[in-house]
Design a protein. Structure first.
Length: 135
């Protein structure tokens, strides 16, 4: 032990202040509201009884969300496989019975916010129009 310099540890008060500052940073950072846009694959289910399959004009849609800090890191926003499940029967129930249905991004946003994501969904960025072809 002789001849070796002593390692001076930081004081306990410094460590407490550092912990408080770090906790404060986390609270401020994760309480902010963030706007994030992510791409989701479209997966259709619940086809009308007389239809066997559906083809969608675009297989991927870009969705924009408003989220607060930690909730933004949670599912369904953080999963690697981002899929939005669309009930075709529910989507087309207010439309006339045809085999081709087109929806604007606003129509799709209204449907998704009421049936899938809730109020966090701000908009459908792309495509402008999506078409469902029922076979």
């Amino acid at each position: 032990m002789s001849g070796q310099p002593k390692l001076k540890l930081p004081s306990f008060a410094f460590l407490v202040c550092l912990a408080i500052a770090t906790a404060g940073w986390f609270v401020v950072t994760f309480s902010k509201e963030y706007r994030v846009t992510m791409d989701y694959k479209i997966q259709c289910y619940n086809l009308p009884e007389d239809k066997k399959s559906v083809t969608v004009s675009d297989s991927v849609i870009s969705l924009t969300f408003n989220q607060k800090g930690l909730k933004y890191l949670m599912k369904p926003y953080s999963s690697k496989e981002k899929v939005v499940y669309i009930s075709v029967a529910d989507l087309i129930k207010t439309k006339n019975k045809v085999t081709v249905y087109s929806f604007s991004n606003r129509d799709l946003r209204d449907f998704l916010s009421h049936n899938v994501f809730g109020s966090e969904l701000v908009s459908v960025e792309a495509p402008e129009v999506i078409t469902f072809y029922l076979h």
